[in-house]
Design a binder for this molecule. Structure first.
Ligand SMILES: [Zn+2]
Length: 206
């Protein structure tokens, strides 16, 4: 799937070739993990003027050991028709931050649906007195057993916020016992999904 595409430099407007990543098999090329997390594998330097930019191109990330695949693609990926019994988690993301965040969540063996629901709750809570434009899972704090997120504010400032793992456990239980998510196709699990999931869970309660 790797190949070359023509890229127009956003600065000098000159077109040149860029070698695309295509697909990543992390078990075979473990060194790609860091390059995805810092996005350097999507970085391109214009040979004409030297300006560096990120090139958005479809990329499929496959982690065999942790049984998941994540698409980075602006367009919805083709139907996979995977065997749901294979127990794979198949996800679709549309931007760089969601892509690397999704990998960061799934390779820890966490349920990204429960994490998105945590983010949804946190987002509502933070926006009572802050202007949060983006909220991303960061890591697990082993000492306090809490989930750390990074909130990006409208003025560009980044702020770390934590949520106890009890919240995760509770949501994980809800999601697994009461919501069905297909393992057959690449699906988008984001804040919008979390909003719908909450309203679905509430409607069942009433
Ligand atoms: Zn240029």
């Amino acid at each position: 799937m790797a190949g070359q595409i023509k890229v127009e430099c956003p600065h000098c407007k000159k077109e040149s070739l860029h070698k695309t990543v295509g697909s990543i098999n992390i078990d075979r090329t473990p060194e790609m993990r860091a390059k995805v997390q810092d996005l350097s594998c999507f970085r391109w330097t214009c040979p004409n003027c030297g300006v560096t930019s990120l090139v958005m191109e479809p990329c499929l990330y496959h982690d065999l050991a942790n049984s998941f695949m994540v698409w980075l693609s602006e367009e919805k990926p083709q139907s996979a028709d995977f065997d749901p019994l294979a127990g794979y988690t198949l996800r679709w993301t549309q931007d760089f931050n969601s892509f690397r965040e999704k990998i960061n969540i799934l390779e820890r063996g966490l349920d990204d649906r429960a994490v998105e629901m945590m983010k949804y709750l946190l987002f509502a809570q933070l926006n009572l007195d802050l202007d949060v434009v983006e909220l991303l899972f960061h890591d697990l704090d082993e000492k306090s057993a809490s989930f750390r997120f990074v909130a990006v504010l409208s003025d560009g400032v980044e702020q770390y916020v934590s949520m106890p793992s009890d919240t995760y456990q509770k949501l994980y239980q809800d999601v697994n016992e009461r919501l069905y998510t297909s393992g057959r196709d690449f699906i988008k699990i984001d804040l919008e999904w979390a909003r719908e999931a909450f309203s679905l869970l509430h409607s069942v309660e009433q």
